[in-house]
Design a protein around this ligand. Structure first.
Ligand code: DGL
Length: 289
């Protein structure tokens, strides 16, 4: 019998920031992380391309023994999750589940605790301004605006695409004057406007790696939300409400890592984020007909 792991997918190594939080919050489960580094970044790509890359990645994780897959990647969640859940899964994988990060992050932006039903179990923020920083694809999808309008219609949302932040992280440029210049370019206009945000979501798996530089650039009263912790809390809550899936997951605490590009390079990035050496396997994703 195949293993029964939680699959975690990202376009590259940034999703390890989410995996790190999952391992801390839900350490007993077995995990398989896949980073499609050979085709990253996804942020500037078209919806069709992100959709077909994400479907290939999810199919790989299903075949490798994951009944449950978390799309840690915001760009993939924003552009591919709905179609996967509504068309692909019912037709081809009715017994598997894929969860994304947009809905849980929008709940956190709205001030809703995990598992809350808006208007029933907890009051969402009713007014004010919040902001999402993300890739071009995430912002263009309108997914955050859609979810937030359902959860907290009185909130004003500013969406800011930060197209150079992922390339900076990928190049290892996590600090220094050049990095500060490009971060300021996208952050300063948010706080120069008349109704600045009181809460800012780092809506991309790579951005938490820039947090030490972002924090001093943002007014101290502004709450900055990174996704790892909130995704982990909400997955824990989801598993409690879905015992039929929870029972299927193995509990050996194993971790496996796969990438579509150089495994040694990926292992170095992984070690820096997870603070432990990791063994990484290079894999090929099958194209879906
Ligand atoms: N992982 C992606 C996200 O969270 C960002 C990197 C990319 O553009 O591929 O949106």
């Amino acid at each position: 019998m195949l293993a029964s792991m939680i699959g975690v997918f990202d376009s590259g190594f940034g999703g390890l920031t989410v995996l790190a939080a999952l391992l801390k919050r839900l350490p007993v489960y077995d995990y398989l992380y896949l980073g499609d580094s050979a085709r990253a970044p996804y942020g500037p790509r078209s919806l069709e391309v992100v959709h077909s890359f994400t479907r290939e990645a999810v199919e790989f994780l299903f075949d490798a023994g994951c009944p449950l897959v978390v799309l840690a990647c915001n760009t993939a969640s924003a552009q591919a999750l709905r179609t996967l859940q509504q068309r692909h899964m019912p037709a081809h994988r009715p017994d598997r589940r894929v969860l994304g990060v947009v809905r849980p992050s929008a709940e956190a932006l709205a001030g809703l605790p995990p598992g809350a039903i808006p208007g029933v179990t907890a009051p969402a923020l009713t007014k004010g301004t919040v902001a999402v920083l993300g890739t071009k694809g995430t912002v263009a999808s309108g997914s955050y605006a859609l979810e937030l309008a359902k959860l907290a219609p009185g909130l004003r949302l500013i969406q800011q695409a930060c197209p150079l932040w992922v390339p900076l992280v990928e190049a290892g440029e996590l600090s220094g004057p050049g990095t500060e210049y490009f971060l300021r370019k996208d952050l300063d206009p948010l706080f120069a406007a008349p109704d600045p945000p009181s809460r800012v979501l780092l809506g991309c798996t790579h951005y938490p790696l820039l947090l030490p530089v972002i924090r001093p650039m943002v007014p101290p009263a502004v709450e900055i939300i990174a996704q790892g912790g909130l995704v982990a809390d909400r997955l824990a809550d989801w598993l409690l409400r879905h015992p039929e899936m929870e029972r299927r997951l193995w509990r050996n605490g194993t971790r496996h890592y796969a990438t579509t590009d150089d495994p040694e390079w990926f292992a170095r990035q992984g070690q820096a984020i997870l603070s432990t050496p990791i063994a990484v396997e290079r894999v090929r994703l099958k194209s879906w007909p």
